[in-house]
Design a protein around this ligand. Structure first.
Ligand code: INI
Length: 155
């Protein structure tokens, strides 16, 4: 049996991060987690580019531009949509998720979804570098793994 598995080796890879500024204190921690984990996995800091956008709703269009630029091997999408803070939670969260998924399918490079969708600020904080880990760091690992597994499957 031929098994495809992605290695967690970021050496030589270029990664884009798109981050929604809404709930910035939380999202800044996701960005920090992603950047730190990418570097630990061997990605050169100069090979990471970061774009800030107003909110999670705007993440997909900039993720698409980055993915189409040929400057990056993967795009990590970060944001925080908190139900208690908005009446249009379902629209913003739904469009962010569907948009990022579509960009991945259309571009052919991994587009990783790290937009927190939580019921409360507390839950978001827990996932942004406190008791439930850091979603940005998890996304960094997913990005590196996906680059390699996709390359293996399409080789
Ligand atoms: N954007 C977020 O990233 N998180 C939120 O919780 C949020 N709330 O609460 O509304 C939010 N709204 C802004 C949205 O992403 C767009 O920037 C805005 O609608 C302009 O298109």
């Amino acid at each position: 049996m031929r098994i495809h598995e992605g290695q967690l080796n970021g050496t030589g890879l270029r990664v884009g991060i798109v981050a929604g500024r809404f709930n910035e204190a939380i999202v800044a921690n996701l960005v920090r987690g992603a950047r730190d984990r990418l570097r630990r996995l061997g990605v050169d800091d100069a090979a990471i580019e970061l774009a800030w956008v107003p909110g999670a709703f705007e993440v997909p269009i900039v993720a698409k531009a980055m993915a189409d630029s040929a400057r990056v091997d993967a795009v990590i999408c970060l944001g925080a949509v908190i139900r208690g803070a908005t009446a249009h939670f379902d629209y913003v969260a739904g469009q962010a998720a569907a948009g990022c998924a579509a960009v991945g399918r259309e571009s052919g490079i991994p587009v990783i979804f790290g937009v927190l969708t939580t019921d409360s600020i507390e839950q978001a904080v827990e996932r942004a570098g406190s008791k439930s880990g850091n979603k940005g760091a998890d996304c960094a690992e997913a990005a590196i793994e996906m680059v390699h597994v996709l390359r293996s499957v399409t080789a």
